[in-house]
Design a protein around this ligand. Structure first.
Ligand SMILES: Cc1cc2nc3c(=O)[nH]c(=O)nc-3n(C[C@H](O)[C@H](O)[C@H](O)COP(=O)(O)OP(=O)(O)OC[C@H]3O[C@@H](n4cnc5c(N)ncnc54)[C@H](O)[C@@H]3O)c2cc1C
Length: 455
């Protein structure tokens, strides 16, 4: 196990300011509010429920509570993805996405339970078979046709988000179907007020429901549309240069007006839309691969598919529409004086920016397949030489320069690894192995901070 030595001439990496600390909402606090809201919904159901009689009564009441919880779940799922800075900065985009995915599964299951229970319960009450009861419900109850379309759309979102289907679908197709959730929730909303027993004679419950959904819609409209539009009109970003870094990897430099006002911190990412032929319709997330400075932002991207492959063809002057900065993979997560940055492949990008700006004792381990794949290596070594940090590069090929991700090998290259905060970014297989090795090397999970490039 030997670190690869560098023979590159290095670009000038000037000293950049340290990442500023900014407070966001704490994950436990956010979960607490979500659960408290769930309890409030249960209280609403309880309050509006008279005595329950017979199987039909139980089924119908089960339908009511699952329907209320499913609707509440939809509101929470939207709020989690509303790109609220306090959530993005405090909880982190990847964790929000994980909550959204897990919560989405529960929400779709609750919606399915609601549909089945309501049909069954009403069928028993009306002494009809479920088929004719379904027809009755859909075509004769107020707002139910719209609600049926909305629910089918919600199920389509759920099915296409299942892991198996997601793997087979292009990201853009999946994303388009996923955006249908907005329409689905709008279509479903009114049947709750029209038919829900809890809302029939409880004006307070109606106000609560309106406040919840109108509030979430306003937050979405503000943070997903108004704020990005204002920012882009203000900053007027353009591509200034595209540079080749290593096979299949390019850096894109972006200029703009008053970019300091973005307050982008090392470790964060933006969603980038390049207004070039064939690219303007997609906004993809890429991390800043250098601290923002002198009116310049930089991303470094590995060709993975259409969007990332197309960046090499960008011309200087191309208008850029960027949303962000997002993410909590920043210095604010740090709890210890000593830090280990652990990068796999293009996962180097956010760690490159942190490597330059984190103060104190910082070591970077950078893993790649081959020496020529070690993008940005020259400037990493320049920073290391200038600021007295350590950068250790390892490659799979040739094997003598590799670093197996085990506790023993980590302890060999970084003996005090257990006393460090670890920032981790790389492909899924690598990060899984790294988590295992770090745990065995004595690094508590709360000291391992990960950025995931997979949503
Ligand atoms: C927070 C974050 C930061 C990232 N930073 C970098 C970086 O600095 N450098 C880098 O090379 N890569 C980065 N990525 C990965 C990069 O976004 C994807 O490789 C790229 O979007 C792939 O798009 P494509 O059209 O080239 O390939 P495709 O073949 O279309 O997509 C490959 C995979 O990338 C993902 N993906 C595609 N489009 C999007 C999108 N709009 N939003 C989220 N995921 C998408 C999907 O999981 C898809 O399966 C980052 C990803 C995330 C989530």
């Amino acid at each position: 196990m030997t670190a690869v030595r560098s023979g590159h001439t290095l670009p000038n990496a000037r000293r950049a300011p340290a990442g500023r600390r900014r407070r966001g909402l704490r994950p436990e606090g956010v979960l607490g509010v979500v659960y408290a809201g769930g309890l409030a919904v249960l209280a609403l159901w309880w309050h509006g429920t008279d005595s329950v009689v017979g199987a039909a009564g139980w089924l119908t009441d089960g339908a009511r509570v699952t329907g209320l919880l499913a609707a509440y779940g939809c509101a929470v799922m939207l709020a989690l993805m509303a790109r609220v800075p306090a959530l993005e900065g405090g909880v982190g985009t990847d964790r929000l996405a994980r909550w959204h995915a897990a919560g989405g599964r529960y929400t779709v299951c609750l919606a399915l339970a609601h549909v089945l229970l309501v049909i069954w319960g009403y069928a028993l009450t009306d002494r009809k078979n479920v088929i004719s009861e379904t027809g009755d419900l859909v075509f004769h109850y107020p707002e139910m046709l719209k609600a049926t379309l909305g629910t089918l759309l919600l199920f389509a979102v759920g099915i296409t988000s299942a892991r198996l289907a997601r793997r087979r679908l292009r990201y853009e197709v999946w994303h388009l179907i996923h955006l249908g959730t907005y329409l689905a929730i709008f279509l479903v909303f009114f049947h709750q007020l029209a038919n829900g027993a809890q809302f029939a004679d409880q004006p307070v419950a109606r106000y609560f429901w309106y406040a919840l959904f109108v509030g979430v819609s306003l937050v979405l409209a503000w943070y997903r549309f108004t704020v990005p539009a204002r920012r882009n009109l203000r900053h007027r970003m353009r591509v200034s240069e595209v540079r080749f870094e290593s096979p299949g990897v390019v850096s894109v430099y972006v200029t703009g007006r008053r970019l300091d006002d973005l307050a982008a911190r090392p470790g964060q990412f933006l969603r980038w839309r390049f207004l070039a032929p064939g690219m303007w319709w997609a906004a993809n997330p890429y991390s800043l691969s250098a601290p923002a400075r002198d009116g310049l932002l930089r991303i470094t991207v590995k060709a993975a598919g259409d969007h990332s492959r197309g960046l090499v063809r960008l011309r200087p002057g191309t208008r850029v529409w960027a949303e962000g900065p997002y993410g909590a993979f920043t210095e604010a997560r740090r709890t210890r004086r000593r830090v280990l940055l652990l990068a796999g492949g293009v996962g180097i990008t956010p760690l490159r920016a942190l490597f330059e700006t984190l103060r104190g004792d910082v070591t970077l381990i950078y893993l790649a397949r081959r020496a020529e794949d070690l993008a940005l290596r020259g400037e990493l070594e320049a920073i290391a030489a200038r600021d007295g940090r350590r950068v250790l590069c390892f490659v799979d090929d040739p094997a003598e320069y590799s670093l197996p991700l085990t506790a023993d090998s980590l302890r060999t290259v970084v003996p005090d690894v257990a006393e460090r905060d670890v920032y981790l970014c790389g492909p899924p297989g690598m990060t899984r192995a790294a988590h295992r090795a770090l745990r065995e090397a004595g690094v508590p999970a709360r000291h391992v901070h990960q950025e995931s490039f997979e949503f």
